[in-house]
Ligand binder design. Structure first.
Ligand SMILES: [Zn+2]
Length: 121
């Protein structure tokens, strides 16, 4: 949930959901907040950092970017999907995935995974 007046995304929203483990990366933290400001709508982060066991539980890929830091942003409708994706691109994200059934947009900038990349699942 959005945690303060300015609607900035906090570290708390990005920590591992199972154990609270945090992953600190100033650049991506600033980028996701920049994207949110460009979008002008709240970003609900369904998944940020995941520890190894949470990544397995979440059926994450072996080398999932979530093991470092990635952002799964919930979207409500096609309008919000456009707003979020265009804001992510403007903020500099170069790895973006749309998961239609889960209604999330994934974004990260982890160079060890295919880069740049846009995928739809
Ligand atoms: Zn965990």
């Amino acid at each position: 949930m959005i945690s303060n007046k300015e609607n900035f995304i906090t570290m708390k929203e990005l920590e591992c959901k199972c154990c609270g483990e945090e992953y600190h990366d100033k650049t991506s933290f600033e980028m996701i907040n920049n994207a949110r400001n460009i979008a002008g709508i709240p970003f609900i982060i369904n998944s940020g950092h995941r520890c190894k066991s949470n990544n397995i539980k979440s059926n994450g890929a072996n080398k999932s970017s979530h093991l470092k830091i990635a952002f799964d942003i919930a979207f409500k409708n096609n309008k919000d999907r456009l707003i979020i994706i265009s804001a992510l691109i403007r903020a500099g994200f170069k790895r973006i995935g749309v998961y239609k059934n889960k209604k999330i947009i994934h974004a990260d900038n982890i160079l060890e995974n295919p880069y740049p990349s846009f995928w739809v699942k």
